[in-house]
Design a protein around this ligand. Sequence first.
Ligand code: G4P
Length: 537
Amino acid sequence: MIEENTAGQIRRRRTFAIISHPDAGKTTLTEKLLLYGGAIQSAGSVKGKNSDRHAASDWMEIEQKRGISVTSSVLQFEYEGYCVNILDTPGHQDFSEDTYRTLMAVDSAVMVIDAAKGIEPQTRKLFKVCAMRGIPIFTFINKMDREARDPFDLLDELEKEFGIGTYPMNWPISCGVRFKGVFDRQNRQILTFDNFHGGRQKLQAIACDITDTERMDSLIGEDLRQELVEQIELLDGASYDFDLEQVRNGRLSPVFFGSALNNFGVEPFLENFLKMSLPPRPRQAGERTVDPEKDGFSAFVFKIQANMNKAHRDRIAFMRICSGKFERDKEYYHVQTGKTAKLSQPQQMMAQEREGIQEAYAGDIIGVFDPGVFSIGDTVCEPGMHVQYEGIPTFAPEHFAIVEQIDSMKRKQFAKGMNQIAQEGAIQIFFEPDAGMERVIVGVVGVLQYDVLQFRMQSEYGVEYRKSDLPHTIIRRIADQDIRPGTLKLASDTRWVVDVRGRNYLIFSGKWSVDWALENNKSLRLLEFTDREAMDE
Ligand code: G4P
């Protein structure tokens, strides 16, 4: 039985991902949240594209060069008795598989939307995944200090796109140069915006009853007051009722308007979010339901990353703790290898620093040193607990290229780099049955992954390579391992490739050649590469 203290620790955990289209303001919002948590001391330390201070969440140089976030990072801070874990996600859709894995490790998601743009393609896909998985979604509509779209239209779009209800927690009073602040619907008061309160300063809401015409007029002017009164009437009459149960089931998204850059609306967002969101909930592991508070330690690996920091040339497996308490000196069971051992060098990201830890609780993410034994989706638990979490599906690659080493003296580094980066799930590698290890077929979901590969192969393994793009876009697994693919009748553009586990696949340049292969080989059965669930639209 787990001690009381552990249950208390678990209950104060809030673990969420912030997701958005690039440039909507995810990094800026993260930075402001960290400021509230006292985890960083000054604005600009999470990210300053124009300065030399680098983002706490941007680990790789390539991210700084391109100004996009490639790796998902995890940050922890304390705020008013809560222990908050924020998982950052890459904004670019070429890395959506990474974001998808991160979503498996969180209890809720915060969606940042640029008020001028609304839902963009990337947010559309990812939020469908959240909606389908019943992950509670909190929406922050950002950049109200700029010209924005009509707030009713934005809500309408959210509801239509995701098939969930929305409940504006506050309502903007105009936007852009006329932006005056927000009306807090629960407290029936306005929070005024002025241009000079950026940085750390906490704002006091100006309590003003919406029916106090004179005071309202002096604060926001007569026109805007009239407009606000009309809009609030409309909203109170037409929108969904607030229902916390629905929020927690992912059926109703609370919506907050604000400006992350100006630190406006961030604190009320954080406070409401913490109150409304839930601590870790029970998780399904096959037939068994694992209770975070009652069961012993269990966790699954959702991310592996090598060489995150040049000073530490190591490989870290990130685990989401699903139940119980992790203790540094205890031995745990790795289900996939059947081995029991201490997890070595356990650590957490605390703002910019990695810190060694003694203990951690359900809801937390820990990074442990990985000597090459972990794979994405693996389960680690207390010995004798008999639990195995469902694996995390891999996306089918949609682009393929032949990658050949140039310098035959670097054969070892080439093979090592390719294998390690593939094990992290950053690329997928295949081999042609007749070619050696110096030539691999690299499959990716988004082409920017190739840039990351090239950069990492050069900087981490000192290897240059030649890459030739292939026209293939579809991959299928051959169901029957006994079939000799060399004997199949295939269209000239179809290639036979093999994965590291020796399984046979065919890659095709279009749907027609899949059909051709099936028609001309009656005994051939092809399997989808993987079940991409909601990502397949
Ligand atoms: P991302 O992580 O989602 O990609 O977005 P990020 O926070 O980097 O923000 C993208 C740009 O939008 C940044 O400007 C940032 O300063 C700006 N921004 C974020 N929130 C607001 C807001 O509430 N109002 C306004 N007006 N702008 C906002 P940048 O010029 O691209 O970068 P930087 O030079 O400011 O770092």
